[in-house]
Design a protein around this ligand. Structure first.
Ligand SMILES: Cc1cc2nc3c(=O)[nH]c(=O)nc-3n(C[C@H](O)[C@H](O)[C@H](O)COP(=O)(O)OP(=O)(O)OC[C@H]3O[C@@H](n4cnc5c(N)ncnc54)[C@H](O)[C@@H]3O)c2cc1C
Length: 368
């Protein structure tokens, strides 16, 4: 059993919010600290605000990481638009990829099934998929309203008496011996007996304040929101356009009718100088989606959200106490929307009960 009861959580994206929620629910005194500009939109937003927020275990490998995502997916209950994910291919190579992946996922017990072109059109009559050489549908997937989830966690944390410091930037971590004793911010010091780092793409910089090297990089990503249109889907909640016909796009409709598009030039390292995805690239994504979803043809883009995806060096989460700093808990991951419920629950068990969860063993910092 740890003696941690006064815990500072740095970063209130979906991962930090979930961890804080689970800690406070168990009775811990929690202080939330988040930089960020409440009410103002900055050019680069936290990953959670930008996220496409597809909750899935479809493209997660190897099997242990697939199961980790599946477990978290099964924990989502509220704030979620279920309906499943649909994708198709237009070439023979693309068809092979879909069929092979469906076979692997089925052998892992994941409910994915293959569809014909006619079945795709019957499932979603407003799609114009063109040539369909293979298609798949995973009906247990969905998407989340990340703003609502984080907002609900923060509201509940307020009710439970958490201290909340927004627009507060952490500048250092004060230490005595190996342990952190206080979080130093631009508004003063906050004493604590344990610290959770959930700073997304900035986690490496935060960990460096405790002389810890966390191998996380980030890529630039954006999501594009259209003006509201009447309902475009009958059944599914997330669609991936053919991966064999660039540009690859994903799209989903939000409850307010806006269609969220995600795609374009991904995988770039953000260099601090450029926002990456140019207006021309944004337009390419819009045009590509309009070809298969005519309902958005000519519809105005209302907003483009740009942010960074935090990605640990091997693509898998980094979770748990850092060996060199025993009261510093690290939590950084891609697919943080899918994984937030499970990470929050596991972190609270490890922080408050002193337990070591066996299925997190692969995700420790020390593997690097
Ligand atoms: C375009 C895009 C699409 C994505 N699509 C999906 C998807 O479909 N499904 C999925 O599961 N995941 C997706 N992801 C990934 C997912 O969004 C992230 O893994 C998740 O949001 C990370 O959440 P987080 O809480 O760790 O980080 P963030 O949301 O980035 O939050 C970190 C917080 O830490 C704060 N912070 C940082 N440094 C400091 C400091 N020094 N002091 C105080 N506060 C600080 C920041 O202000 C920020 O609020 C996507 C990401 C992007 C960018």
């Amino acid at each position: 059993m740890n003696n941690f009861s006064n815990i500072a959580v740095i970063g209130v994206g979906i991962v930090g919010a979930s961890i804080a929620f689970h800690l406070a629910r168990r009775g811990a005194k929690v202080t939330l600290i988040n930089a960020g500009e409440s009410g103002k939109k900055s050019a680069i937003q936290p990953a959670t605000a930008v996220s496409f927020a597809w909750m899935n275990a479809r493209d997660k490998n190897p099997r242990h990481y697939h199961l980790f995502n599946r477990r978290s997916l099964d924990m989502w209950a509220r704030f979620v638009g279920w309906g499943g994910e649909l994708r198709w291919a237009s070439t023979d190579d693309g068809a092979r990829e879909i069929v092979e992946r469906a076979g692997v996922l089925q052998s892992w017990g994941y409910p994915i099934r293959l569809l014909s072109g006619e079945e795709v059109e019957a499932l979603e009559p407003r799609l114009r998929p063109g040539v369909v050489t293979a298609a798949s549908y995973t009906d247990i997937e969905g998407h989340a309203d990340t703003g609502a989830v984080v907002g609900a966690c923060v509201e509940r944390l307020k009710e439970w008496g958490a201290d909340i410091f927004f627009q507060t930037r952490v500048t250092d971590l004060a230490r005595s011996g190996l342990d952190i004793t206080a979080v130093v911010t631009d508004r003063g010091e906050i004493a604590c007996d344990a610290v959770v780092l959930a700073g997304g793409a900035d986690t490496a910089a935060l960990a460096a304040m405790a002389d810890i090297d966390v191998p996380v990089y980030y890529t630039f990503g954006c999501t594009i929101l259209t003006e509201s249109v009447p309902p475009v889907f009958e059944n599914v909640s997330v669609v991936h356009s053919p991966r064999d016909c660039p540009p690859q796009t994903n799209f989903r409709q939000l409850p307010n009718g806006s269609v969220m598009l995600h795609g374009g030039a991904h995988g770039r390292v953000y260099d601090g100088g450029s926002l990456g995805q140019s207006d021309e690239e944004v337009q390419r994504v819009v045009d590509a989606v309009a070809r298969v979803l005519p309902a958005i043809e000519g519809v105005r883009v209302r907003e483009v959200r740009r942010g960074r995806r935090p990605i640990p060096k091997d693509g898998h989460p980094i979770l748990g106490f850092a060996q060199q700093v025993p009261n510093l808990y690290l939590s950084v991951t891609h697919s943080g929307v899918t994984l937030a419920p499970l990470i929050g629950e596991c972190a609270a068990i490890e922080i408050l009960d002193g337990a070591q969860i066996d299925f997190l063993a692969r995700y420790r910092l020390e593997r690097f």
